[in-house]
Ligand binder design. Sequence first.
Ligand code: ADP
Ligand code: GLC
Length: 489
Amino acid sequence: MSDKLKVLFLSSEAVPYAKTGGLADVAGSLPLALKKLGIDIRLVLPLYSMVRKGNFPIRPLIENLEVPLGMEMFKANILETRADTGLPVYLIERDDLYDRPNLYGNSMGDYYDNLERFTFFTHAALCIIQAISFKPDLIHCNDWQTGLIPALIKGPYHNNPFIREIPAVFTIHNLGYQGIFPSEKLSVTGLLKEKFFHPEGIEFWKKISLLKAGIIYSEAITTVSPTYAKEIQTSEYGMGMDGILHHRRAFLYGILNGVDYKLWNPETDTHIPAHYSLENIGGKAQCKESLIKEMGLKLSLKTRPVLGMTTRLDTQKGLDLFVEILNDILNLDVGLVILGSGDEDILQDKIRAAAEKHPGLVGLKIGFDESIAHRIMAGVDIFLIPSRYEPCGLTQMYALKYGTIPVVRATGGLEDTIIPFDIQSGEGNGFKFGHYKPEALFKAVQDAVELFQNSNAWEKIRENGMKADFSWNRSARAYLEIYQSLVRD
Ligand code: ADP
Ligand code: GLC
């Protein structure tokens, strides 16, 4: 028998299979980094239609696996595909739950049966353990969709010899999504009311919170940056969970996300029209010119700063600040490229109105498009992330690698990764503002646009960013240490 540490890693999305945001980037790359450290790690994902569309080589693993949901047993097929380096990925096939156009909902809101969908996901993951006799030393759960796992281990599975006492790590990628459902649906989860539905359990203001289940019942809680780990213990950022997070602070760790430089690297990126590096930067100007054309901006912007944003259109992302000063920014005679996913019609209207007022300066694409996201990263000069809160944020780290200067709000992982540029010492990699105020964002944008005219200083700030290393190496080791400490205990 191998003495490798065995880990089952659950996520509701992972690159390259299914993605709506940064969770997918992390779940697609952290397990690979952990595997490199010698862990036998396996990933579990729902088999969404988005996964099928990817045409990955898939083979059947288990047929008709019996999975409990509420009072009944249902069947699911488990399929297997292999990620890079042979990492096993178990896909749960249940078309009535997962074969839908989107992962979590549509323009009308969340899918009505998300409790059933993700409860089934977690039970199925536990049933796989038994069916393939892979008893993990621990289970790593991510966000509310997997929050039930630690409670299930202590509840309905506590007598199951394959599952009892498996420690769980619960990673909070975003406290804004709490997996809240009406208490009448408790029986769906399989948890007993007396044991679990109370204020010290999964009850949150008389409702079920799957996020809270993860926080309360896991052996260790991690979140995706050191600053966010502190912020979420305050009422300003804690979204009602600050009390319990503070209470569990001895088990709470902030570990900065890493970047997968195989996917996000201007030297090899398959989505961009020209490759470049710090030593050979010429391709960046080509990427810029090509993006200007792709977005229908005026060609004279080749010598002016072009600003970019790639984001979910969510209140988290600070777009309300941004639209307030949109016209002021455009009056600086800069270009602006925005790729946004979501249904924020008011925002879209405001951006379109500004585009009409400033012809040739604004390119707006609505939707989720991985390829354009890469071309924006390479083609713009300045990348804006004015988030109200940001657990980690990945795009600022991608921007650095692409020689694109981030302008960020000092919160969460943005605070931990971006150092304001100091023209005297030549140190720093971006621009940062603190107060959540349009004027503060505007000042930071103005400073960045001004620095752009100073080509020596611009080269220096770009060099600082491109040289930085945010690969997974260090962070994967931090997770390994937590895993080892839990397994020892
Ligand atoms: P979050 O997870 O909160 O959305 P992150 O910065 O951690 O924020 O990660 C966002 C990820 O999603 C990045 O890979 C980014 O490029 C990508 N992304 C966000 N919006 C879009 C979009 N509209 N189209 C394509 N990719 C997007
Ligand atoms: C979340 C957060 C983001 C973080 C990502 C991956 O979606 O909003 O800040 O980078 O998860 O951890």
